[in-house]
Design a protein. Structure first.
Length: 118
């Protein structure tokens, strides 16, 4: 299983970024996918979840109306569109897959830094 994030960077407050997470090594279309973030000195936080077919999504309250999670099962990729970014969105963003074989396993990407600053 491999998860590779891209799309992070430095953006001004109010700006936008789109993160991508390319997945391989498992049947992507069978599993929900998640984006987490961890700011410096803080605990990791679940930001958004999307079900396997993309029909249902979940967002933490602080990003509702600003972030959109989506997926392209043909490309084995999950996205996080982030609009109206705020300095408090600054964090390392990682995608996550929970995959069942003999039990549930958590898989993580390497993370991508998002910095919102003027």
């Amino acid at each position: 299983v491999q998860l590779v994030e891209s799309g992070g960077g430095l953006v001004q407050p109010g700006g936008s970024l789109r993160l991508s997470c390319a997945a391989s090594g498992f049947t992507f279309s069978n599993y929900a996918m998640r984006w987490y973030r961890q700011a410096l000195g803080k605990e990791r936080e679940l930001v958004a979840t999307i079900t396997s077919a993309g029909g249902n999504t979940y967002y933490v309250n602080s990003v509702k109306g600003r972030f959109t999670i989506s997926r392209d099962n043909a490309k084995n990729t999950v996205y996080l569109q982030m609009n109206s970014l705020k300095p408090e969105d600054t964090a390392v963003y990682s995608c996550n897959a929970q995959i069942f074989t003999d039990r549930w396993y958590d898989y993580w990407g390497q993370g991508t830094q998002v910095t919102v600053s003027s």
